[in-house]
Write a protein that binds this ligand. Structure first.
Ligand code: TTP
Ligand code: MN
Ligand code: MN
Ligand code: MN
Length: 378
């Protein structure tokens, strides 16, 4: 609310977990630009710069109006010199020269294509680029040894890099429900990740599985995976067992930030008729292969199993967004002297674990207003 003589000045709290970030974004031109620079930094092992760009983009996501003038940004948190320069460039020239040259750069394009292969991270992509591999054909022609994940990633590259729709996520959800009900009646399946935040598409589908009776969830993941495999639903899976138990390389270390749940990274084979069974219309992208129509697509799916005693922490920790999670932990540590993980919340002053059976309780322990999943899209 302003008069003609002055521009609107916005006020925004500094931690993303203090803000309500819906999917409605009035500044997509600016946030896309900053997100691209964040991605480039992350792919270049410059995590600090990546976080700085992500934080700046997240501030712009909550502004109620499109930014038209630099003076509107006065007093806003998390906008560093570099981000402000990018924003100014776009407001004045319609584009940022740094963003445009990054987009065009051979290195960025190669990093994007190579890390688009499931199982390939920034480090591997960087090594390949230094060996002269810049695209998938060069990767196939090289005699690089690929691990099982990377072979699956290459084989299903197009499918995996095509966004997953909510309809497809729901169809996968029905299959996971059936698997879980078959191997442990009473166990519960919850959609997490981006789809829980109300996103209409995702790069994968994430599920959290638990049982209301503590302990009943032990050993559950291998049973779910066996069932899915026996039904022909899995193109690839790698299960990581929970690491409270002793592992081959000795006792589990108290590694605070790492997740220690049993998880499964997988690639599902989703048939078109599974989607129809889930109440959906025909897919728009059945692709031609071997002269015929391929009646299925590959979809990345993540499964996590948590004991009921940690369920609220797991739910909060796996709903995202990634920046929202990072900001929650930063808030806990810096403002409350607490340590938050997807397993527990520890009060370092009282030297005690703070119990919670709902996300609402965790926000309350942290002295934060409750932010529902649909408003965690930072
Ligand atoms: P993602 O599935 O990577 O991201 P997303 O669901 O928010 O977005 P997209 O639509 O692109 O799939 O991760 C989901 C959440 O899980 C995210 O908040 C971070 C959390 N997570 C962990 O806690 N540990 C992990 O090892 C991974 C991979 C994710
Ligand atoms: Mn990758
Ligand atoms: Mn996801
Ligand atoms: Mn995921």
């Amino acid at each position: 609310p302003t008069n003609e003589a002055e521009v609107e000045v916005f006020s925004v709290p500094s931690y993303a977990c203090q803000r309500r970030t819906t999917l409605e974004n009035r500044n997509t031109v600016l946030t896309d630009a900053l997100s691209l620079l964040a991605e480039n930094a992350e792919l270049s092992a410059e995590e600090g710069r990546g976080v700085a760009f992500r934080r700046a983009a997240a501030v712009l996501k909550v502004l109620p109006e499109p930014v038209t003038d630099m003076t509107q940004l006065k007093g806003l948190p998390c906008l560093g010199e570099h981000s402000l320069r990018v924003i100014k460039d776009i407001l004045e020239n319609g584009a940022s020269s740094e963003v445009e040259s990054t987009k065009q750069s051979e290195r960025f394009k190669a990093l994007k294509v190579l890390t688009g292969v499931f199982g390939v991270g920034a480090k591997t992509a960087d090594r390949w680029i230094r060996e002269g591999i810049h695209d998938l054909q060069q990767l196939k022609d090289s005699r690089q040894t690929l691990n099982r994940a990377q072979r699956a990633g290459l084989e299903h590259y197009d499918d995996i890099n095509q966004p997953v729709s909510k309809a497809e996520a729901d169809a996968i959800g029905e299959i996971v429900e059936e698997a879980v009900a078959s191997v442990l009646p009473g166990a519960q399946v919850t959609l997490i990740g981006g789809f829980r935040r109300g996103k209409l598409t995702g790069h994968d589908v994430d599920f959290l599985i638990t049982h209301p009776e503590e302990g009943r969830e032990v050993g559950l993941m291998p049973k779910i995976v066996s069932w899915l495999e026996s039904q022909g639903f899995l193109l690839y899976q790698k299960t990581i067992r929970n690491s409270y138990l002793e592992s081959d390389d000795g006792p589990a270390r108290p590694c605070s930030n790492m997740d220690r749940f049993e998880r499964c990274f997988s690639v599902f084979k989703l048939a078109e008729d599974e989607k129809r069974r889930a109440g959906q219309t025909q897919s728009h992208h059945a692709s031609a292969e071997d002269g015929g129509l391929k009646p299925w697509r590959a979809v990345r799916v993540d499964l996590v199993v948590s004991p009921i005693s940690q369920f609220a922490f797991a739910l909060l920790g796996w709903t995202g967004s990634k920046l929202f999670e990072r900001e929650l932990r930063r808030w806990a540590g810096h403002e409350k002297t607490m340590s938050l993980s997807s397993h527990a919340l520890y009060d370092n002053t009282q030297r005690t674990y703070l119990r919670a059976t709902s996300e609402e309780e965790i926000f309350a322990h942290l002295g934060l207003d409750y932010i529902p999943p649909s408003e965690r899209n930072a």
